[in-house]
Design a protein around this ligand. Structure first.
Ligand SMILES: Cc1cc2nc3c(=O)[nH]c(=O)nc-3n(C[C@H](O)[C@H](O)[C@H](O)COP(=O)(O)O)c2cc1C
Length: 179
């Protein structure tokens, strides 16, 4: 049976091309379910149906109502990419006010492999909270890909969101599920 990957994307540049991330993950053998932050969902709102058709699953971006059933299959692994500076710092501080944080922040404590790869610039990354948040995520068992095997922060105004290295993110997932 095909394993299920939750690909969780924030309102950071490469999310404009998250369909490419879905394709890379599917080529790696995953059944991909997409979860977007509410801000990221706003970016895709006019083309949301494309993502539904590409993944074959509903695209979730908000917590369900108490009487609603789960619409996605159980995840075998989760990849938060691109992770925004805001989502990183909220998660690091224990705030899960979006489904995009709520799902992986609990899953990592339930034995699900969770990988995160950021996308933000060096000026955003210079906030002291960023170092603390990365440490907090790693302490909880998240594989945080910020080195040469992941995404290294770019100088302000010099990002290239189209070239986001989805392949490195998926390689991280492969490493994390084989542990
Ligand atoms: C056009 C645009 C591009 C943005 N790109 C980034 C980015 O690449 N990385 C980042 O951390 N924040 C970026 N932001 C800021 C985030 O969208 C903002 O912090 C937002 O609150 C993130 O929320 P989320 O993490 O819930 O998606 C961008 C904002 C806009 C309007």
């Amino acid at each position: 049976m095909t394993r299920v990957l939750y690909l969780i994307a924030c309102a950071a540049g490469p999310t404009q091309y998250v369909d490419e991330g879905v394709r890379v993950a599917r080529a790696d053998g995953w059944d991909v379910c997409l979860i977007l932050t509410p801000s990221a969902a706003a970016w895709w709102e006019p083309r949301m149906q494309e993502l539904v058709e590409l993944t074959g699953h509903p695209v979730r971006s908000r917590y369900k109502l108490p009487w609603e059933k789960d619409v996605l299959p159980k995840a075998d692994a989760m990849l938060v990419a691109p992770m925004s500076c805001t989502t990183l710092n909220k998660w690091g501080a224990g705030i899960s006010d979006t489904l995009a944080i709520g799902i992986p922040s609990e899953a990592v404590h339930m034995g699900v492999p969770v990988v995160a790869m950021p996308y933000f610039n060096q000026a955003q990354g210079a906030q002291p909270a960023v170092t603390r948040s990365i440490a907090a995520l790693r302490e909880q068992g998240v594989l945080f890909l910020d080195g040469p095997d992941g995404y290294e922060m770019h100088p302000p105004k010099q990002g290239d969101p189209k070239s986001y290295p989805w392949d490195r993110a998926l390689a991280g997932v492969r490493r994390q599920v084989s542990i």
